[in-house]
Design a protein around this ligand. Structure first.
Ligand code: AMP
Ligand code: MG
Length: 407
């Protein structure tokens, strides 16, 4: 009996083993999942500095400044970024300062270069200023002692900058899930072979490898194999080092769908077969020692849908990501969709921000062999089990795709 989407996902996540830690340099860390809470041991910025090229001033000096009554200050020093100065700013004085340079003691604010008139070693300022204007206070970005990155976050390029500011060259991250893939089917040829009668190229091999890499895994491609139980067994036999084993094709009810038999003979324990979803219904999931095994249906769209809906959450949980599933938003549907009751359906579409709200259009061609609409789709429109029609103008749930950095 097929099970429902939620139950399938639950079984998969229940079987997720947390991967070990890896110590790596931050240069290689984008997309990896951090395993420590990072607490700042220093303030960032480490000293109070100027946010502008301009002039350091005291508030009291400019109290009565106006266009009619410009105040004249004497320039006593230049401070460039990277230098430091022991100068104390006195009344009637100013210091020429560059962006990022430490402000001298006594500075209340910085007046922008563009807002003063320079005359020899003096400047004329014709407006008042506010306390701390154009000044970046010590610790303003990161006060010492605060937690800046939490375990479970996916490292983004901005995070590398944060870690670099704190002087953290190495961090603990999760190891990447090692994912083995094998395409099955008598009709398959590889990308570099010429087409011949009845043959197609194994597009899945490439889509699925791309997904593994995009979502933080390490792909290990076993190529393709014919619909032959023993050949499939041979190919999969030496996969002890994998965390996840994925076969593609051959898990349906056709005469040549021999993957399930091959897996059973290898000792894979079936945890479920068939889910009430479309596309992707014949999905198989099982356990093989420490390996988790997915039998993805061969249709190119079904393979991708099953990967994104089930394999991605599993990989996320194994890596310790704080969120397992992709973000969902609400959007107004621009065209009616009919669906099969009892199934959770994933319709390829595009969402856009139009006139103050999100709108989403489902593509006409939703067949599970139409890979191009998958390539165009920035989202899946979710059709829940108990729904039969998604009406035009209705607010529908839209799952955003390719959001690998979302945590
Ligand atoms: P199957 O799941 O084996 O019944 O395959 C369903 C459909 O997907 C068939 O039309 C297959 O030719 C096609 N298919 C299976 N494997 C692949 C693959 N690796 N790349 C592209 N199409 C495939
Ligand atoms: Mg097949």
């Amino acid at each position: 009996m097929p099970i429902n989407f939620e139950e399938a996902l639950k079984i998969i996540l229940e079987n997720a083993q947390r991967l070990p830690n890896d110590n790596i340099t931050i240069a290689k860390a984008v997309g990896r999942v951090i395993r420590d809470d990072i607490t700042a041991e220093i303030n960032v910025p480490p000293f109070t500095n100027s946010a502008m090229d301009g002039y350091c001033v005291r508030l009291a000096d400019l109290e009565n400044a106006s266009a009619k009554n410009p105040v004249r200050l004497k320039v006593i020093e230049d401070i460039a970024a990277g230098s430091s100065s022991d100068t104390v700013l006195g009344f009637g004085q100013t210091v020429r300062i560059m962006t990022g340079a430490p402000v001298p003691i006594g500075t209340d604010a910085v007046v922008r270069q563009e807002d003063v008139d320079e005359i020899d070693d003096e400047v004329l300022i014709s407006h008042t200023v506010k306390l701390n204007e154009n000044i970046r206070k010590v610790g303003e970005d990161i006060p010492v002692g605060t937690t800046v990155l939490q375990s479970g976050k996916t490292i983004t390029p901005a995070d590398l900058g944060v870690l670099a500011s704190l002087g953290r060259m190495y961090i603990r991250v999760s190891e990447q899930p090692r994912v083995v893939i094998l395409a099955t089917g008598d009709e398959l040829i590889s990308i570099d072979e010429p087409l011949s009668k009845g043959k197609i190229r194994s597009s899945n091999t490439h889509s699925i490898m791309g997904l593994i890499e995009l979502y933080g895994g390490k792909a290990w491609n076993l190529g393709k194999v014919a619909d032959d139980k023993n050949r499939i067994k041979e190919k999969l036999y030496n996969t002890q080092h994998a965390d996840i084993v994925i076969t593609m094709g051959g898990v349906s009810v056709g005469k040549y769908d021999v993957v399930k038999a091959a897996l059973a003979e290898l000792g894979v324990e079936e945890l479920f077969w068939k889910v009430n979803i479309k596309p992707g219904k014949p999905l198989f999931f099982g356990k093989w020692d420490q390996r988790l095994v997915f039998g993805l249906p061969g249709n190119p769209v079904s393979s991708i849908v099953c990967f994104e809906q089930f394999v991605v959450p599993l990989m996320n949980k194994m890596m310790g990501k704080s969120n397992h599933t992709q973000p969902v938003i609400k959007a107004r549907l621009r065209n009616e969709i009919t669906k099969k009751p009892g199934l959770r359906q994933f319709f390829r579409g595009n969402f856009q921000y139009i006139d103050g709200g999100f709108e989403v259009t489902a593509f006409d061609r939703q067949g599970s062999g139409v890979l191009t609409t998958m390539s165009f789709a920035n989202c899946f429109i979710l059709g829940k089990e108990d729904t039969e029609v998604l009406k035009k103008g209705e607010m529908v749930e839209v799952q955003i795709r390719d959001f690998s950095m979302w945590t």
